[in-house]
Design a protein around this ligand. Sequence first.
Ligand SMILES: NC(=O)c1ccc[n+]([C@@H]2O[C@H](COP(=O)([O-])OP(=O)(O)OC[C@H]3O[C@@H](n4cnc5c(N)ncnc54)[C@H](O)[C@@H]3O)[C@@H](O)[C@H]2O)c1
Length: 323
Amino acid sequence: MKDFTGKFAVITGGGTGMGRELARQLVAEGCNVAMCDVSAANMAVTKSLCEAEGAQGVRVTTFVADVSDEAAMNAFRDAVARDQDTDHIHLLFNNAGIGGGGGFVSGDREGWERTFNICWGGVYNGCRAFLPMLMAAEAGHIVNTSSVNGFWASIGPNTPHTAYAAAKFAVKGFTEALITDLRLNAPHIKCSVVMPGHIGTQIISNSRKVLTGDDSDTLSDAAVAQARARMAGMMGAAAEGLSDDQIHAFMAEAARRFHEDAPMTAAAAATVILDGVKTERWRILVGDDAHRLDALVRETPEAAYTPEFFASFAAEVGWIVGG
Ligand SMILES: NC(=O)c1ccc[n+]([C@@H]2O[C@H](COP(=O)([O-])OP(=O)(O)OC[C@H]3O[C@@H](n4cnc5c(N)ncnc54)[C@H](O)[C@@H]3O)[C@@H](O)[C@H]2O)c1
């Protein structure tokens, strides 16, 4: 699909980050956008940015839905048909996701399943809900956001990362298998798997809000305790001696650095994703770090989970280690 003008795009997780930037760039190209998110307030900001910059006559609509909830996603689909006044869509961006659920052995099961059900279940529910509307278009494209953690199940040797990696591998495997299924059964629909490296977004604070159900910018007592336990995994007993204020400051600084010191912005990432759709690439690596990691894991798969592999890769691409 080379031209987005006059098309209909659905974006999950349009409230911030890459979802917001996809919405802005699509609207700037004359594409109608329907987004969902758990945050109505963040979607309102995205909508006003789109409307300030977008072409005349383009519709931008919002709907509060949790992508892990099948009934909510079906309600979102019905709202898209009603609010956009269409029986078909051309583009589906299953973008919503959170980080979390790191530990399987000793971590909290609820957080594990919440992370998995959003990162994998959101893609599955999005495809199930919107496939009929894609089938009804003359051309369609499904864009599923995985991660470098869809081919490399780690964020470093000192931090368990099981739920997110399992979900992102599932997104990648499902999307790759869809290539053949679509070619056989719906050849007018293409699909792509997106694998970003480190992109500067607010995913750290957004994930905490989704996992705790607490929308405030201040960490709850439970979140401080969880952060202290995670830090103990990284820095040992020294974490026990930190005050709550020090934990707050450490977490805020880690989130700030993740957002502001990233090698690529969310806007630049959205451009790479949309270029990948236009050139019909099924695998869209986003960022130099993602390309390098892809090459390294292929070159030395047995070494991929050793501390030396991570240290050398992180130093080469400039990843921030340990917050
Ligand atoms: N930022 C990175 O470095 C990075 C790297 C690789 C992959 N990704 C993936 O990219 C995607 C976008 O992330 P981002 O970095 O832009 O983060 P972000 O937090 O800025 O955006 C994600 C959006 O999804 C929404 N969301 C979260 N849970 C939801 C749910 N259950 N239902 C509906 N909406 C929900 C959030 O409110 C937020 O608006 C995610 O799938 C993420 O896993 C991000």
